[in-house]
Design a protein around this ligand. Structure first.
Ligand code: UT7
Length: 352
């Protein structure tokens, strides 16, 4: 039987470490000022979110989301011991694309040096914090049906340029960081029904769409940009808006249900799972999910303390981080669960 397996894993974060202590001093270009710009504190951020630091790209615009994806992809491709030209499909999950269109997968393809007349399929998907599990479900289906043999799935986000660095936006701003994670997925002929990608299920509830969104423009209206983007008072539309408490409650509920369902539908128990990797939105969310879903705490992997919320990148980035630390090993089985804007959610069980 043909199953899909993870052939390679890689991640990348930019060099600039932004600690909680530095956050109050950042201006709208996330450059450090002498005077306080935002009323917040290390103590609030640490206790309410678990975040201690995050990574940002340089302020000058030298790095796009596809550059973060490129580094993570190169590492995943090297880890898979293949050449970039063997990739026959790219699935790129992001809420922070390089530009409005075309999608960012084609920029990544070009940067990987594999564009041209025989260029591979390029998909962009959204699904925000749930993008990686949505993409894994697509990749799994495409590989198992024999449509593609080497799918590059990348989750990459550049948040730092679109955050509101003022007291008005502090609830959202302190959470997010830049980063990318990638996997290469390919086929394996095996009778082992537990090999590779064992389970994926995703869902969505559009009634939650306005609980976490970023407008920038409304294309149903003309002119669809109607504000002065340089004016901090007018440019609210440029920044993510969140009903934090509602999103928090729904995140806990859906990640608990998705994890429990993943186990009941596969017949697996926690003895069969090496690691639980929840989306990294808030450490308190993950602690609540761990408690309510009765997950052995020693199996839970978090990285939000170091990287903040990197949206579509968070699951592969967390896995790669703990693999580099020597905790996660080849063939370990992971249950990942995600929740994000949309609302969207999902769970997956797969082997590294
Ligand atoms: O990745 C996609 C999914 N996203 C999430 O899952 C995020 C879910 N939501 C959350 O993580 C939390 O709701 C937040 C971290 C965003 C906010 O935490 P909270 O415990 O829900 O705080 P709150 O919004 O109820 O605010 C409590 C207080 C308020 O002050 P008052 O009205 O009590 O005086 C806020 O103005 O904390 C204040 N506050 C802050 N203070 C210092 C909000 N943000 C900050 C801040 N620094 N950064």
């Amino acid at each position: 039987m043909r199953r899909s397996i993870l052939l390679g894993l890689g991640s990348y974060v930019p060099d600039r470490v932004v600690t909680n202590e530095e956050i109050p001093y950042l201006d709208e270009r996330h450059e450090r000022r002498a005077e306080v710009q935002t009323e917040t504190s290390d103590a609030w951020i640490r206790t309410r979110t678990g975040v201690e630091a995050r990574r940002y790209v340089p302020a000058g615009g030298s790095m796009a989301c596809s550059d973060l994806a490129l580094e993570a992809s190169r590492r995943a491709i090297a880890d898979a011991s293949i050449e970039a030209r063997e990739i026959d499909c790219i699935i790129y999950a992001t809420l922070s694309p390089d530009i409005h269109f075309p999608g960012t997968a084609v920029f990544l393809q070009s940067k990987l040096g594999i564009s041209g007349e025989e260029g591979c399929a390029c998909y962009d998907i959204r699904q925000q914090c749930s993008g990686f599990v949505y993409g894994l479900q697509m990749a799994d289906a495409l590989v198992r049906t024999g449509t593609y043999r080497r799918v590059l799935l990348v989750g990459a986000e550049l948040h730092s340029h679109s955050l509101d660095y003022s007291t008005r936006g502090r609830d959202v701003m302190v959470l997010f960081g830049d980063g990318a994670g990638a996997v290469v997925i390919g086929p394996s002929e095996t009778d082992d029904e537990r090999a590779g990608v064992l389970y994926t299920r995703v869902g969505a509830d559009g009634t939650g769409a306005w609980d976490l969104y970023l407008k920038v423009f409304e294309i149903s209206k003309a002119p669809y940009v109607w504000y002065d983007a340089a004016d901090r008072e007018q440019n609210l539309v440029k920044y993510p808006q969140m009903n934090g408490k509602r999103v928090f409650l729904h995140a806990v509920r859906h990640m608990v249900l998705a994890s429990q369902r993943a186990l009941s539908e596969t017949g697996l128990g926690w003895n069969d799972i090496d690691w639980f990797v929840p989306h990294q939105a808030n450490l308190r969310i993950n602690e609540a999910v761990t408690q309510y879903a009765e997950i052995p705490p020693e199996k839970v992997l978090n990285s939000i303390q170091l990287y903040g919320n990197t949206t579509a990148a968070s699951v592969p980035l967390t896995l790669d981080h703990w693999r580099r630390e020597g905790k996660v090993r080849e063939h370990d089985r992971v249950l990942a669960t995600v929740f994000g804007s949309g609302y969207t959610w999902g769970a997956a069980i797969f082997q590294i």
